[in-house]
Design a protein around this ligand. Structure first.
Ligand code: WQD
Length: 340
């Protein structure tokens, strides 16, 4: 069965393709390489010994999107990752984010409708919850006003999908990711931030390898045990596996509703300091870090209620924090070797 993976050369997309291929699916990647590299296709092939089809194209172009589906009439399902995701940049260039993240979804849905493809897995985010009143946060918690245009695009995309479902044959699973980190155990694929990383773990590993002088810890005066923010970090390979469960549920017509939403996290929250300590434990290094001011827009603490995904998708995150930080470190070291 052929699956279209948009944004397939990106971080989560690439890990998901490995799992898809290992479960016997054929993959077509659609990616414009705006924030990733074509050689990720080689790395995927090195891991699985199967080369996914790669179509370099722009989903914000309706004609190109239609042509993609005409070229691959045997696509049976779509996993849509392709999107811009830098929170800070989205506040400076909101239209860039609305144009890219919304237009690409609309074009994709139009083509899916035209070519009668009904199964969609969509990459959403826990950012839709803002700072939840109750923790762990479950899927019924209210969606809060987004703190950034990026976050808003995820909310609007969820609404576009839901409205499309109500008017036609589409069925979708919206996966709300918590904080994906880590890399494939082969260290052949991983997170590859362009420029200065925004996210914690790439910043930690780049500091440890010597690319950055020190890590700024954004605030230690939060209402948490050690004063730093708490997140639900999830290993990217665990996260990838959930996509196979979700897609199989749709293709196998096992879904109970046409729009289902699942949190993807471990259910455990760790503070920034705990992540640093985990990194120090697995690497044997001392990390250079400084406590600095809070970062605008950060929620204090969030972690997921995951029982719905556990029960309904038959999926559970298996890897612990040390597995995550160790695999991220192995990936960073391999990158450094490659770039020598
Ligand atoms: C985690 C914690 C920071 C960097 C963001 C998006 C979200 C999702 C994933 C993706 C926070 C602290 C970070 C640093 C630090 N989207 N930190 N020093 O903000 O939870 O989620 O990425 O594509 O939508 O909002 O993740 O990794 O940036 O931060 O102290 O240099 O680490 O304050 O507490 P976040 P993050």
């Amino acid at each position: 069965m052929k699956i279209l993976v948009t944004g397939g050369t990106g971080y989560i997309g690439a890990h998901t393709i490995v799992e898809l291929q290992q479960q016997g699916f054929d993959v077509v990647i659609a990616d414009n390489l705006s924030n990733s590299y074509a050689d990720v296709v080689d790395s995927i092939e090195l891991i699985t010994h199967i080369r996914p089809i790669f179509e370099k194209m722009d989903l914000t172009n309706a004609g190109e999107t239609k042509a993609l589906f005409s070229k691959h009439p045997d696509i049976v399902g779509v996993i849509h990752f392709a999107a811009f995701k830098a929170v800070g940049e989205s506040t400076e260039l909101p239209l860039k984010y609305y144009q890219n993240n919304l237009f690409s979804l609309v074009n994709l849905l139009n083509s899916m409708q035209e070519f009668n493809i009904t199964s969609l897995v969509f990459s959403s985010s826990c950012t839709v919850y803002g700072q939840p009143e109750t923790l762990p946060v479950d899927e019924n918690a209210s969606v809060q006003k987004a703190l950034s245009p990026y976050g808003n695009t995820k909310q609007i995309c969820e609404e576009i999908i839901s409205d499309t479902i109500h008017s036609g044959k589409l069925k979708a699973i919206l996966l709300r990711y918590f904080n994906p980190i880590g890399a494939h155990e082969s260290a052949l694929i991983g997170e590859l931030p362009i420029g200065v990383p925004n996210c914690l773990v790439p910043f930690i590993t780049q500091t440890a390898i010597g690319k950055r002088p020190f890590l700024n810890v954004f605030g230690n005066d939060y209402n948490t045990p050690d004063g730093t923010c708490i997140r639900d970090y999830i290993h990217v390979v665990d996260l990838a596996k959930a996509h196979i469960s979700a897609l199989s549920r749709l293709i196998g017509k096992k879904n109970e509703e046409n729009c289902e939403i699942f949190n993807l996290g471990t259910g455990i929250g760790y503070s920034v300091i705990e992540v640093i300590h985990s990194f120090e434990r697995v690497s044997g290094l001392k990390l250079n870090y400084k406590i600095t001011d809070r970062r605008a827009g950060d929620v204090e603490k969030i972690w997921a209620e995951t029982s719905l995904a556990n029960k309904v998708l038959g999926w559970k995150a298996e890897k612990g924090l040390d597995d995550m930080t160790l695999s991220a470190w192995n990936w960073e070291k391999k990158l450094a070797e490659k770039n020598k």
